[in-house]
Design a protein around this ligand. Sequence first.
Ligand code: NAG
Ligand code: NAG
Ligand code: NAG
Ligand code: NAG
Length: 370
Amino acid sequence: MAFCSLPSLSITVWLLLLADRLLHCYSIHQNYSSMFSFGDSLTDTGNLLASGCTSFPSISRYPYGMTYFRRPTGRCSDGRLIVDFIAEEFGLPMLPPYLADRGNFRQGLNFAVAGATALDAEFFHEIGIGHVLWTNHSLSAQLSWFEELKPLLCNTTKECDDYFGKALFLVGEIGGNDYNYAFFMGKNLEEVQTYVPKVVGAVVSATERLISNGAMHLVVPGNLPVGCSPMYLTLFATPNKKDYTKKNGCLKKLNKFAKYHNSLLQGELVKLQKKYPMTRIIYADYYGAAIPFTYSPKHFGFTHGALTTCCGGGGPYNFNPSARCGINGSKVCINPSSYANWDGVHLTEAAYHAMAMSLLHGPNTIPPLL
Ligand SMILES: *[C@@H]1O[C@H](CO)[C@@H](O)[C@H](O)[C@H]1NC(C)=O
Ligand SMILES: *[C@@H]1O[C@H](CO)[C@@H](O)[C@H](O)[C@H]1NC(C)=O
Ligand SMILES: *[C@@H]1O[C@H](CO)[C@@H](O)[C@H](O)[C@H]1NC(C)=O
Ligand SMILES: *[C@@H]1O[C@H](CO)[C@@H](O)[C@H](O)[C@H]1NC(C)=O
């Protein structure tokens, strides 16, 4: 609780102040009555799995979930995700996935689907790669689910403004897959760059649509440093040392690309905040939260570095497209918390925990979430 600074006074006054500050801080941590999330595999807690998961069956198998749940839950990691740690911070239960048996969801629900895109499937059909999508449940499709379900939570505008005004909305991460599908289908950087304004536009209009539904507190994440992802490092390996950042071994162009998306998104969110001054629109810098893993992995306990997967089928980054984690031929490490990367694309629970802490207590939410 570094943000609760204490003046140096006499010991009694000091203790009284301490008690007051602790209570104050504690109440800040407890003040959302529900949480709703949207996005892709960085946030999905079981929707793709519940929908049959035919496009990515390996997440339904061991070792997915090995660390925390000790069974595959549909989370693309060995354990909990950022969304789980944020819910925990606010004293809320883990968000049930919308498509599964969701029970009582007055405290929140998760609409994110692994493989989802910010843009609708049509866009990918137009550019000739629609057949590779894992799911058609794009961001706008997830918002339609939310709107269909809404009457179960509130009916009148006043009721909904009251209810959703006390909720925290996590809008992403989303958009990473729009680029992944394109890059892996051989589109070049120049072309993929032209999608960025469209993808950012989709994220911003989803945010605005939530505001029109009564949302007041919204966290909108940017993209990860994809140039450090073992999958990209493997598939776009080059013999030219100049293509890599010396200090961390990541691919320069791809990280620059992620930063381009992020700066455009952040700029649009600033405009949206001006348009809706009563709301609180927070940019979550996933790039800034994850990049330190690559510069000083040991500081986070990642003794195997940040660019090698815990679960994979060999190769310089332990990522083998034909023996991915959960598929025959791959092996899982003994201690996932000594790796930042889980399966080549997704991070380990330990890495997501470190990211969540830097979003909640560090400098990576703008303006600060807490
Ligand atoms: C997406 O929708 C199209 C058209 O309705 C359908 O043919 C396709 O199977 C769907 N893809 C997935 C992954 O659900
Ligand atoms: C909203 O209205 C519907 C239909 O009348 C009703 O079934 C539902 O329980 C209402 N929702 C709330 C939260 O009161
Ligand atoms: C929760 O507390 C923070 C910090 O005091 C405040 O900015 C925010 O508006 C509160 N949220 C709700 C839903 O009241
Ligand atoms: C996995 O590979 C091993 C060795 O190649 C083989 O014996 C086994 O049957 C395979 N298992 C499955 C489920 O394909």
